[in-house]
Design a protein around this ligand. Sequence first.
Ligand code: URA
Length: 259
Amino acid sequence: MPEAALVFTLFNMMDNTRDISKVVRQHLDMDAFFAGDFAVRGEKVAGEAFSGGHAESESDRSVVEGLEAIAKEVCACCRCGIGKSRTHAVPGEGNPNADLVFVGEAPGADEDAQGRPFVGRAGQLLSNMISAMGLRREDVFICNIVKCRPPDNRDPSPDEIVHCLPFLQRQLELIRPRVIVALGAHAARTLLNNNLPIGRLRGRFHDYYFSPEAAPAKLMPTYHPAYLLRNYSPDNRRSVWEDMQKVMAELGLETPKGK
Ligand code: URA
């Protein structure tokens, strides 16, 4: 990581603690855990096992058009209060042909400012996780349950989720990924329609049904990257990495050696 970016990251991490050596150690651990300790596979290997996102066929083009139409609707939507207070709506982005979709909770301040999902601190950690899996952000699709920022980073309300969920359901039905990773309790509970704690949901695959007719996708709940940043224990990091290794095995992606 370039020095300026490291300093910026360290500064951002300082809001939780004033102990600089702890922050430095956390930062180095994070890099090692999600990337450096593992032989991250090259793009070519990832590309062979993973369906790339190029809209070449007629059906690919119709998926792209469908996703663009949903994004337009999201950006015009003012059905609930947060639609009115947002700077930018954040429909989601990535490979329209992705085998793997990450679903978070709702945009934060950085995402609201840029109109893109997971571009703040939690997003940096998600990017590290994706590259530790031997993939690039553009190989996968990244989106949220709720497409606008709840003020003060509060949890999305049930009413906001109900208004927004159809956008996500339509995105997933168009993309039809093989695996969905639900980041955090809100995403997991909403997609699985239950109220269980994330600690009980994570670590195993559940079925996600696009429609009554279609075969379900496998859904892996895991801890939200923002939770991981706040609770930066080896156990939590190992749990997330184990969840991602199960996802990689399901997709036929090579698991890095040594862990
Ligand atoms: N947290 C989320 O759940 N989604 C984002 O896009 C960013 C942070």
